[in-house]
Every structure is written in C-alpha cells, then in structure tokens.
Design a protein around this ligand. Structure first.
Ligand code: HEC
Ligand code: HEC
Length: 286
C-alpha cells in the first residue's frame, strides 16, 4: 500500500489506495447535484417536522406549529361534500322530473344518484341496468306497461303496482278466462290469435272475434296496449310471462298479476325523483 494515493493513468483520477488482487478502486466524488438534493431533503424534513405533527412525545405527539390534523381535515372535507350534496338535493326537491331532465348538470347528478339507488333497491328484481327477467319488466326498452313519461314512471315508483296497502297503487286485474268463462277451445283459439299477432300476422276466425270482444278494452284494438290500465302490448315479441302459444294460453286461463312494492315510505322524494330520471334515461323514456 502506498503512502500517497496514486493517480490512475487512464482516467487521471486518484485511487482510494486500496488494492485487491491487483484491482484498484477510483476515488470518484458524488455528483454535486446529488449532494445538494440530499441536503435539501434534510432541510425539508426539519421544516416539515416543525410545521406538521411529527415527533412522538410521552403523552401524544408534537402537534406542529400550524395545528393541522388528519381527523379535522377529513371532517372539513365531509362537511363540504354534505353541503354540496344538500344544495343539489334542494334543487331536485324544488323541480319536477321534466325540469330536472332539461337541466344538464342536475340531470347528470340525478343519474349518478339514481344509478346507485337502482343497484341497491331495484336491481334484485329488474336486474342491473333494468335489463328485466321473467315476470320483471325490462325498463331499458320503450315498451311500457304503465306508461313511460317521467310522471308515469314517478307514480309507478312512488305507489307501486297492485300493492295491498298503498291506496294510490296501480291496479288492474286481467280476468281469469279459464274460470267458467272460456272453454278450452276458446282459450286455444284466442291464444293462437295472440301468438300470430305477436308475430305480426292476423288470424281470421273465432280467436279474432273473442279478442275483439274480450281483450281490446285492456290491450287495445290492434293489441297495441293500454298503458292507463297496465295492459301490455301483445303485438310484438316482448312478453313478461313468455311468448309461446302455451304460455299465452296459460295467462288467459289463469293470469299472473305482477306486484311491485311502493317506495314512497322507504325512499325520500328526492331519491324517487332521481330514480325516475335514471329509469327514464335508460333508453325508453317517452
Ligand atoms: C320485488 C320486486 C321488485 C322490486 C324490488 C322493484 N320492482 Fe319495479 N316492478 C316489479 C314488477 C313485478 C313489475 C311489473 C308489475 C306488472 O306486472 O304490472 C314492476 C314494474 C315497474 C315499472 C313499470 C314498468 C312499465 O313497463 O310500466 C317501473 C317503472 C318500475 N317497476 C321501477 C322500479 C324501480 C325504480 C324500483 C326500485 C326503486 C323497482 N321497480 C323495484 C317488481 C319490482
Ligand atoms: C281487465 C283488463 C284485461 C282484459 C280484459 C284482458 N287482459 Fe290480458 N292483461 C291485463 C293486464 C293488466 C296484464 C298484465 C299483467 C301483469 O302485468 O302482471 C295482462 C297480460 C296479458 C298477457 C301477458 C302479456 C305478457 O307480457 O306476458 C297476455 C298474453 C294477455 N294479457 C292476453 C289477454 C287476452 C287474450 C285477453 C282476452 C281474452 C286479455 N288478455 C284480456 C289486462 C287485461
């Protein structure tokens, strides 16, 4: 080992003076920028620990000179969010659904809220996005049992359908034609008429006569539906209870009556309006 560090011939730098099996180490200083950044972080950490809560103490901790704390910051954020929300809700409370639909910002807000509410309360029956299932109508198309205007939808959600306890609920019961009224042949005839109708054809014969006598009051003269009475259109392939001739005959013989719960006592009026906006915007609002 040399007393003085020697100079490396190739780089011109001094070595550290160490040598291992003939390999020597160059004494390369740290880059200046790196050293300055290092000092800067030390200074920053000192300043930070004085301003913000930092050092643990016997009881509690040093609070920092500005007295910031994460809990009160969260409280402030929450209060701010609550206030922003309540101003939206006041706006929604003050308007009817068509007016909300016309205001872009309000509609966007109502759509978000409505989507969440729908997932929680309605999707178990109507499926996500109102896709529907057997016995549970699709809300994302433009076929409506009880009408698809904002007011219609609002009324349906508020009061439900065939709910025993809600005085304003929507009611209309299709008669049981199989009960001492139609013979089996008549049921078959009317069912084949409706089946043909649903495929865009018109069958002449006894089925047509029975239909025009017994069914048009609720399903419309051409089977186009009567939404005031919840009588669904029968002239297309959209069926709540199945569209085969047997399923149609079963509905005529002994009808199923769909029941939907009312929401006026479970959700606030603002929430129901948001749901109406959401359902109306799903695709088929009128
Ligand atoms: C327990 C099941 C169930 C739940 C939960 C439910 N619905 Fe329904 N809903 C039904 C049924 C069944 C019908 C069809 C009733 C009929 O046959 O007339 C219906 C019909 C409707 C209609 C009328 C559709 C039309 O074509 O006119 C709307 C609108 C509606 N529901 C919206 C909602 C909303 C919004 C929610 C959530 C707040 C909801 N429903 C929750 C079962 C349900
Ligand atoms: C007093 C009114 C009324 C009369 C009359 C009536 N219906 Fe209905 N019908 C309804 C209602 C309401 C529904 C929907 C039931 C529901 O939503 O749960 C319905 C549903 C149906 C369905 C099932 C539709 C679907 O989407 O699955 C068929 C099929 C049907 N009716 C055929 C007939 C035929 C055929 C006649 C005549 C023989 C008839 N209806 C007479 C009120 C009536």
């Amino acid at each position: 080992m040399a007393d003085h560090p020697e100079r490396d011939e190739i780089t011109g730098r001094y070595t550290t003076g160490h040598e291992w099996d003939g390999i020597k180490e160059l004494n390369t200083p740290l880059p200046k920028w790196w050293v300055w950044v290092f000092y800067a972080t030390i200074i920053w950490s000192v300043i930070y620990s004085v301003i913000y809560p930092s050092w643990p103490a016997m009881a509690g901790y040093f609070n920092g000179v500005i007295g910031w704390n994460a809990r009160s910051a969260l409280q402030d954020d929450l209060a701010e969010a609550r206030e922003a929300r309540s101003s939206w809700l006041t706006e929604i409370a003050a308007r009817d659904v068509p007016a909300i639909l016309e205001d872009d910002t309000l509609r966007t807000y109502a759509m978000r809220g409505g989507e969440v509410l729908f997932k929680e309360n309605c999707a178990p029956c109507h499926q996500t996005g109102g896709a529907g299932a057997h016995g549970y109508p699709t809300l994302a198309d433009d076929e409506w049992l009880w009408g698809g205007t904002p007011e219609d939808i609002l009324t349906t959600i508020r009061h439900g359908i065939r709910d025993q306890d809600n005085p304003n609920t929507r009611v209309n019961f299709m008669p049981e034609f199989g009960d001492d009224w139609f013979t089996d042949e008549e049921i078959e005839a009317v069912a084949s008429y409706v089946y043909a109708l649903s495929n865009g054809e018109t069958l002449d014969g006894p089925g047509q006569v029975l239909f025009s006598q017994q069914c048009v009051s609720c399903h419309g003269p051409d089977g186009g539906g009567v939404s005031l009475l919840g009588g669904p259109p029968l002239n297309n392939r959209i069926f709540l209870y199945g569209g085969s001739q047997e399923e149609i005959a079963a509905q005529v013989r002994q009808p199923t009556h769909g029941v939907m719960p009312p929401w006026e006592n479970r959700l606030s009026d603002e929430e129901i309006k948001q749901l109406a906006v959401y359902v109306h915007s799903l695709g088929g609002g009128q």
